[in-house]
Structures are given as structure tokens and as C-alpha cells.
Design a protein around this ligand. Structure first.
Ligand SMILES: [Fe+2]
Length: 325
């Protein structure tokens, strides 16, 4: 692996990794449209997506008491649960079931976070100090409600051109318009704002005419800039649409999960030093007392130093790393 000699070389190191993985066309697509679909042979060359599908079905069965029925979709048709509070939606859920905090559910999920393609794409958008915000899974059966266009960057407009967060989603079943694919408004990451009510409609007669479906076979990875407007078409077919979203953030952003101190040491021990940084063990914010603040700061610096050592960066470059890296 190329090593950094100074933090301002971070973009060169990120680009070398992008070239090694042959991701240049997907970076170009991402810059132009705000999202890209990376095919299975590049995104999951070792069949990780198959192991992830089995693993998420296991988690769903353990949490819900019933295994999702991929073939018929009978377990989730007309599902009303997750996000039923969204936008006064009547009828079925626009997103299906959402399983969260999957990073703590075993090896396949850790492998998903450490996938070099996922790390190269999200590092390009958010720098080497990128951290995991959430790892979740949407399981959606046949439904009527579409999921409105929105940006995941939850700050008031104007949104900055640089991504503050981004999303890398593993498609674990085939995504087509009829299968209820994620919808995007290409180029919307450049507009620096959230959609208005009429612009937010997905599909149908009154739907935003710029909306397109992100289509790809199981094993593809969809990556998008945190400012890109996205939602989802409703699913017209039987069966289930299963996707695993890996939401990533710059380390100064509030993350969906608060993982500091929550990750078992044996999990940290089986990965490179970057893993501990990715799962938020290098974040100093969030303490509730002076004692906790000191202890957390000490632990976070140790994690950061180990990561710096791994990528060849001197400790003195710490501030520049977070600015450029
Ligand atoms: Fe979203």
C-alpha cells in the first residue's frame, strides 16, 4: 500500500487506490451525476454479497421471529412498520423494514465495511478520516407508496459542494424500477439545497420528471454523495428487495450510531488499525463528564496514532490530516 508522507498527499493516495481498483469511470459518474452503480464483478468480486444476504436474513429472523420470504415476499407485502411516521404516509411503508446497527452482527458485516471498493469510493468523497455512521438493511416487499426524494445531509441549505456524508449501498437482490429500486435526481448534488414538496414526488403522473431508477443486478454497489436527492420507487413485483446501506460521515458530523466503547476488543483485534477508526473509536466528542472526557481523549488518540502509523503519517500531521485527509 502507498503511504502518506504528509496529509496533503492524501488525494494522491486515494487516487492511486482508485486506479488500482479500476474505479475511475465510477468516480467520473459520481462527480457528474451524484451517484454511481458499480457492477458485481468490481464491487463484490469474491461473492461477499451472497454472504451478506444470508447474514441479514439471519438477523431479521432473530430480531423478528420470522425469516423474510425472498421468493414470495409474503412476510413484507404491505409492510407498515419502519418509518410509518414519515410525511403523513397512509397505507404501506415506503421503505419496508429497516434493520439497523448491523456492524455488530458478525464477520460478513465487518468485511462489508472493509471492502476496498467501498473504502476507496467513500474515502474519495469524505477523506481518510471517514467513519461509519450506520450500517442497516432495507427489506421491501410489494408496496404502493414511493419514498420521496430527499438529501441525507441534515443541515439547512445552502449545502456545501463537498460531501459531508455519503452512502454505499450493497444491492443484495436485483434492482429494477419494477423491483422498487432507489430513485435519484442526477446532478442534484450540485444544487446545494433540499427538494421542495413538488420536486420530492417519486414516480406517477406528478413525479419529478428528472427522477431515474438505479438499476443493477444483485452484488452491485450504489454509491452517492450526501447531497444527492434520492428516494425509492414502489415495488410492483412479488418477492423482496433487499439492500444493505453503509452510511459514512466525516468525523465532525453527528452519526446515527454512537459506537465509541461499544465495539468488542476481539473485533478490533482481527482488523487493521483503520477498522477501529472507521467504527468511531478515534472520535473524541461525546463525553458526559470531565473524567470520561479525559479517558475518551486518551483512547481516541491511541486509535488515531495506530491508524496514522499504518498509513505512514506522522502524528504532527494530525490537524492537516483532518483538513485534507
Ligand atoms: Fe436517504
Amino acid at each position: 500500500m502507498t503511504k502518506l508522507t504528509k496529509a496533503s498527499d492524501a488525494l494522491d493516495m486515494a487516487w492511486a487506490e482508485i486506479q488500482r481498483l479500476k474505479l475511475e469511470p465510477y468516480i467520473a459518474d459520481l462527480d457528474l451525476n451524484g451517484f454511481t452503480v458499480i457492477p458485481p464483478e468490481i464491487a463484490n468480486p469474491d461473492g461477499l454479497h451472497g454472504r451478506l444476504l444470508d447474514a441479514v436474513l439471519d438477523v431479521a429472523e432473530r430480531r423478528d421471529g420470522v425469516r423474510p420470504d425472498i421468493e414470495t415476499g409474503s412476510t413484507h407485502a404491505g409492510y407498515k412498520g419502519t418509518y410509518e411516521e414519515y410525511a403523513g404516509t397512509e397505507g404501506d411503508s415506503p421503505v419496508g423494514e429497516f434493520l439497523n446497527a448491523l456492524i455488530l452482527e458478525g464477520q460478513p458485516f465487518e468485511d462489508a465495511l472493509m471492502n476496498p471498493v467501498l473504502l476507496a469510493m467513500t474515502t474519495y468523497l469524505l477523506g481518510y478520516s471517514v467513519v461509519l455512521s450506520q450500517m442497516g438493511c432495507f427489506i421491501k416487499g410489494k408496496n404502493e407508496n414511493t419514498f420521496s426524494f430527499h438529501s441525507d445531509t441534515l443541515i439547512p441549505a445552502p449545502l456545501p459542494p463537498q460531501a459531508l456524508i455519503c452512502n454505499a449501498t450493497y444491492l443484495l437482490t436485483d434492482f429494477t424500477r419494477e423491483n422498487g429500486a432507489t430513485a435519484f435526481v442526477p446532478g442534484s448534488h450540485k444544487w446545494g439545497r433540499h427538494p421542495g414538496p413538488e420536486e420530492a414526488i417519486v414516480g406517477g403522473e406528478n413525479g419529478n420528471p428528472r427522477g431515474v431508477a438505479a438499476e443493477g443486478p444483485a452484488g452491485s454497489m450504489v454509491v452517492w454523495h450526501g447531497g444527492t436527492w434520492h428516494g425509492a420507487f414502489n415495488r410492483l413485483n412479488d418477492g423482496l428487495r433487499v439492500s444493505m446501506t453503509v452510511l459514512m460521515a466525516r468525523p465532525n458530523m453527528r452519526t446515527e450510531l454512537d459506537l465509541f466503547g461499544e465495539v468488542p476488543q476481539e473485533m478490533l483485534d482481527r482488523h487493521p488499525a483503520r477498522f477501529a477508526f472507521l467504527v468511531q473509536q478515534g472520535i473524541t466528542y461525546g463525553s458526559n463528564s470531565p473524567e470520561e472526557s479525559l479517558a475518551r481523549g486518551k483512547r481516541a488518540r491511541e486509535v488515531e496514532q495506530a491508524y496514522f502509523k499504518e498509513i505512514g503519517l506522522e502524528a504532527e500531521e494530525r490537524i492537516a490530516f483532518h483538513l485534507y485527509g
